[in-house]
Design a protein. Structure first.
Length: 417
């Protein structure tokens, strides 16, 4: 009965939250096998709980060499353990673009055995993603209470900040959408009357009359203003969603066909690096084409004379961007152009309605794109690197693609404005 008591004691230890215990049960009989499976279970649980922490940690030996890194830290750094383990701690600075003072802060903490925290720091990982991180250090001691190294704990505050910004943005768009819809209706009604009267006036003028040119200009500008109002109404009251399984590569190619007329007078090279093994995506194909088209039109306009536009797609099965556990991966879409870079100071405003730097822009193209991506549970991130302006779109893929989605739930999906 002694082995059974050991297993019972171990189970109670786990129930109290202690995953450090192991069973010492020898032999090849059924109890011995049960003991080995119990130890394997405890090790797996321990590894799962450590790796599932929201932040990450890096363990240093007394000399500052990296001896261990958990999966949370590797996700933040966007690298693998072999890039860090066995190397000096200043490797962190080379992999993660961050304030160089972090190196001296870690060295001082290690040499003086200090336990302290470092407030929010801006950083950029290998993937070019901008992060906001906090760091803290704590001592590691052996069983004799001797100093055995230092643990650096990282917390990624980026997601929390994004959620806060999204909530603020949603509130702002709700009020703005209601106001815009009212204004659009009030403007469109008299606009139709103005256009009709202008057309009647043009018919009254004699052929060749200089005033005819003025009336044609007025009608053209009225049509342009009517187009802006239509876009505004679509932004505030989007059309009903029509979800079906889509091929993202084909949707990109469809959007590319639509911009060909815009690049006839420019020398633009289009490069497509499309992953042919992308899984099917459950979404509204028309709205996704519109989202891709808006970004491509901006790319064409940004290229002066000659340049390059690159389209990249890939599937990352380990890229979870949905916290409810229903997503096992994401389709990554990158649209890059070599045109004039977007100034870093205006990047945070790109998705604000009516924000534009173009002379004839409405400031609604990218906000509508953001709406569409958000509708599909995705994210869109603009950045400038290596001479290119990039828009990175991440679209979550359902866990069981073979299952027919819940149509009732799909019909409830709507824009947040």
């Amino acid at each position: 009965l002694t082995p059974l008591r050991k297993i019972l004691t171990g189970a109670r230890q786990i129930a109290k939250g202690d995953f450090s215990g192991r069973l010492d049960i020898k032999g090849l009989d059924e109890l011995g096998i049960l003991g080995k499976d119990f130890n394997r279970m405890v090790s797996s649980l321990n590894e799962y709980f450590i790796d599932s922490l929201a932040g990450g940690w890096v363990l240093l030996d007394p000399h500052g060499k990296i001896v261990s890194v958990n999966r949370g830290a590797l996700n933040i750094f966007h690298c693998e353990s072999e890039d860090l383990v066995g190397k000096p701690h200043d490797t962190l600075i080379r992999i993660l673009s961050v304030n160089p003072s972090l190196e001296s802060w870690v060295e001082e903490s290690l040499q003086n055995k200090l336990e302290r925290s470092l407030k929010e720091l801006d950083a950029v990982n290998r993937d070019g993603r901008h992060l906001k991180l906090t760091f803290s250090t704590s001592q590691l001691k052996d069983k004799d209470d001797n100093f055995a190294g230092m643990a650096i704990t990282l917390k990624d505050l980026t997601r929390a900040n994004e959620i806060t910004e999204k909530m603020q943005r949603t509130d702002k768009l709700a009020a703005l959408g209601e106001m815009a819809a009212g204004l659009a209706h009030e403007i469109r009604n008299p606009l139709g009357s103005i256009k009709g009267l202008t057309q009647l006036l043009r018919e009254e003028l004699k052929e060749g009359d200089k005033a005819q040119v003025y009336t044609e200009t007025m009608i053209r500008e009225i049509d342009r203003l009517n187009g802006v109002i239509t876009t505004l109404l679509n932004f505030s009251h989007p059309s009903q969603n029509e979800f079906r399984f889509c091929d993202i590569n084909k949707l990109l190619e469809r959007a590319l066909e639509l911009i060909n007329v815009n690049i006839d007078d420019k020398s633009i090279q289009i490069e497509q690096v499309l992953d042919p093994s992308l899984p099917a995506f459950w979404g509204d194909d028309k709205k996704l084409v519109q989202a891709f088209l808006n970004i491509l039109l901006n790319a064409v306009q940004a290229v002066n004379g000659s340049g390059e536009i690159v389209l990249v797609t890939r599937f990352d099965p380990n890229h979870i961007i949905n916290e409810d556990g229903l997503v096992t991966g994401a389709i990554i879409v990158q649209i890059k152009d070599s045109g004039d870079p977007i100034p870093s100071e205006i990047l945070p405003n790109l998705f604000d309605p009516f924000f534009t730097t173009k002379k004839d822009g409405t400031g609604l193209g990218l906000p509508i794109t953001h709406q569409i991506v958000t509708l599909h549970g995705g994210t869109i991130t603009p950045l400038c690197k290596n001479g290119f302006t990039e828009f990175n779109i991440e679209l979550p893929v359902a866990e069981q693609l073979g299952k027919e989605p819940d149509l009732e739930m799909v019909q409830k999906v709507s824009y947040e404005v």
